[in-house]
Design a protein around this ligand. Structure first.
Ligand code: F6P
Length: 341
């Protein structure tokens, strides 16, 4: 059997661990040939990539990024994209695909399944916003990086009696903000799921200053003020219709400074949250996802995504996993609110 593997969308730590598991189990257990497509769906359209060997995956478990490269190419917005994929698979004799990605990559995987292409999905994203799985790999590492940053910012904020606003990624979901804010003891956590009142934020910040502590405000890049809109870096849309978020941290820091008279600065963590070595948790999760994706291919169970439920890896329909974003529920945000101010 010949199996293609690709990584699409924004990279995240753990991608190489999945590739390694797919290659080693595919070759060693099943005697398959594994083709690594270059740069996500772009490689599947052009055929660019290479047959992977044991040597290709030696020493990559701990490496961030992806040895295959990634892109936000959408075959459904490329002229003849889907037909080109079918032709590439036929030409290379590839029977099935393992697509490692988030809502966009797996949304494409779902549509390709409906067109008869055999695909198994693996849920990746630092945003943790994919349905049908408790966690995506990459999220734990991003939370660790953000938490470490918050820990460091506490001490410098206190030395200078400043408010520090930490802007984290997550697109339209507040998972990274919620978890890193809770872990880092933030004074305020702002998430896209709950538009915030600047007045209330200022009250919390003031209360914190009154207790002789410097406030740390963790704000998700997609968070928005009540009655306002998300702050965009650019209005330009990618091939999946996403705008580039960013800037709410700086905006909020200026608001806080203006209203409290206290010095207030913004720190944007940006792509540091996506880079570098994965945590042990993500290495294990990504490895298990890769192994179970191979099992799904071996069972001929396509149109599914491997998913984490509790401590078990299960299979969920791609259609179910990509139907809607998994956002922070009100009760999870309420837990964090206890610590605000
Ligand atoms: O989906 C992962 C993510 O890092 C989001 O948190 C963020 O909004 C987006 O990707 C940034 O994408 P890019 O690296 O293409 O600007």
């Amino acid at each position: 059997m010949r199996v293609g593997v690709l990584t699409g969308g924004g990279d995240c730590p753990g991608l190489n661990a999945v590739i390694r598991a797919v290659v080693l189990k595919g070759i060693e257990t099943h005697g398959w040939e594994i083709y690594g497509f270059r740069s996500g769906w772009r490689g599947a359209i052009t055929g660019e990539g290479r047959w992977l060997t044991r040597d290709d995956v030696e020493g990559i478990l701990t490496r961030g990024g992806t040895i295959l490269g990634s892109s936000r190419t959408n075959p459904y917005t490329e002229d003849g994209g889907v037909e080109a994929i079918k032709a590439v698979l036929a030409e290379k004799g590839i029977d099935a695909l393992v697509a490692i990605g988030g809502e966009d990559t797996l949304g494409v995987a779902n549509r390709l399944t409906e067109e008869g292409i055999k695909v198994v999905g693996v849920p990746k994203t630092i945003d943790n916003d994919l349905g049908a799985t408790d966690y995506t790999f990459g999220f734990d590492t991003a939370v660790h990086i953000a938490t470490e940053a918050i820990d460091r910012l506490h001490t410098t904020a206190e030395s200078h009696h400043r408010a520090l606003v930490v802007e984290v990624m997550g697109r339209h979901a507040g998972w990274i903000a919620l978890h890193s804010g809770l872990a880092g003891g933030a004074s305020v956590i702002l998430v896209p799921e709950r538009p915030f009142s600047v007045d209330t934020v200022v009250e919390w910040v003031t209360r914190r200053f009154e207790r002789e502590y410097a406030p740390i405000i963790v704000v998700a890049e997609g968070a928005l003020p009540e009655g306002g809109a998300e702050v965009l870096q650019t209005g330009e849309k990618d091939a999946f219709g996403h705008v580039r978020l960013g800037g709410v941290g700086t905006w909020l820091a200026d608001e806080i400074a203006g209203r409290t008279g206290k010095e207030s600065r913004a720190v944007v963590l940006g792509h540091t949250q996506r880079g570098g070595t994965p945590t042990a948790y993500d290495r294990v999760l990504a490895t298990r996802f890769g192994l179970h994706a191979v099992d799904a291919v071996a069972d001929g169970d396509f149109g599914v995504m491997v998913a984490l439920r509790g401590t078990d890896i299960v299979r969920a329909k791609l259609a179910e996993a990509t139907a809607e974003l998994k956002t922070v529920p009100p009760q999870r945000y309420a837990e964090a609110e206890v610590f605000f101010g």
